[in-house]
Design a protein around this ligand. Structure first.
Ligand code: IPD
Length: 256
């Protein structure tokens, strides 16, 4: 039932993303001038919440644009109505809807759907991860030096010894390819299906990674913060790998 609702909400959102992709639609700024929200994020969010509410009027909701809709329920839906909004606003079809379901503090279900590539990633706690219904697995590369990585950068710059530019420079100076797709949820799913061997980002929000981190774990990968603690969507740092390059990438990120 939860999964059926999750898939229905994902599909409803995907249709909206496709319908409005060619524009025109309103775009406005949030925390910084380039932290964008479009009219379509809001339409997608409304459709997702309406679908959830048909079956679960009392579930807790945490969604990027409306924030928290608090209830006493132990089931929480964590929603990014468009992950990759900057891409969407620029007509770049690397964007998706991402929805995770948390129960009693544990992520139990997640779905990420990029309607432009017709790729639906789904994971269920303990039952593996799939791409368009076919089981997926992380890559088997063992050397970070031969890996293909992906990262993202914040809209609001934070200085610091290991800021995103410093880490990026450290890795690319070793000649390691690092891509920047612009959607953390897709980055995670592409680690899960073995296209990337690792992903790191300094500052994510719960909705960016709630579904994707379960998809990576269920595909056999490892997701932690930069200190190696199991990832929680309620803190900012994320390091996701195939497991085999995890400690080597963690050392690179931390400058060790
Ligand atoms: C953003 C994307 C991007 C990441 C940013 C996120 P949004 O989410 O996931 O890849 O680098 O940190 O904010 O704003 O498009 O939902």
């Amino acid at each position: 039932m939860l999964k059926t609702t999750l898939l229905k909400a994902t599909e409803a959102s995907g249709k909206i993303l496709q319908q409005y992709f060619d524009g025109p639609f309103e775009v406005s700024s949030k925390s910084t001038v380039n932290d964008l929200v479009t009219e379509v994020d809001k339409k997608s969010e409304t459709a997702i919440i309406a679908t959830i509410r048909e079956n679960y009027p009392d579930h807790f909701i945490l969604s990027e644009e409306v924030g928290e809709i608090k209830t006493s329920s132990s089931t929480k839906w964590i929603i990014d109505p468009i992950d990759g909004t900057v891409n969407y606003a620029n007509g770049i079809p690397i964007c998706c809807v991402s929805i995770g379901v948390e129960q009693d503090g544990e992520m139990i279900l997640g779905a990420v759907y990029n309607p432009f590539m017709n790729e639906l990633f789904v994971a269920e706690k303990g039952k593996g991860a799939t791409l368009n219904n076919k089981p997926i697995h992380v890559s088997t590369k063992t050397e970070v030096a031969k890996s293909c990585l992906v990262t993202g950068f914040p809209y609001k710059w934070e200085e610091g010894t290991n800021n995103p530019a410093v880490v990026f420079e450290r890795i690319i100076k070793q000649g390691i390819p690092v891509r920047r797709l612009g959607s953390a949820a897709i980055d995670l799913c592409w680690v899960a299906c073995g296209r990337f061997d690792g992903f790191y980002e300094h500052h994510l929000q719960a909705w960016d990674a709630a579904a994707g981190f379960l998809i990576v774990e269920e595909a056999g990968g490892k997701v932690t913060d930069y200190s190696g603690n199991r990832y929680s969507p309620y803190q900012k740092e994320l390091l996701a790998t195939n497991g085999l390059i995890h400690s080597a990438l963690q050392d690179l990120v931390n400058g060790k």
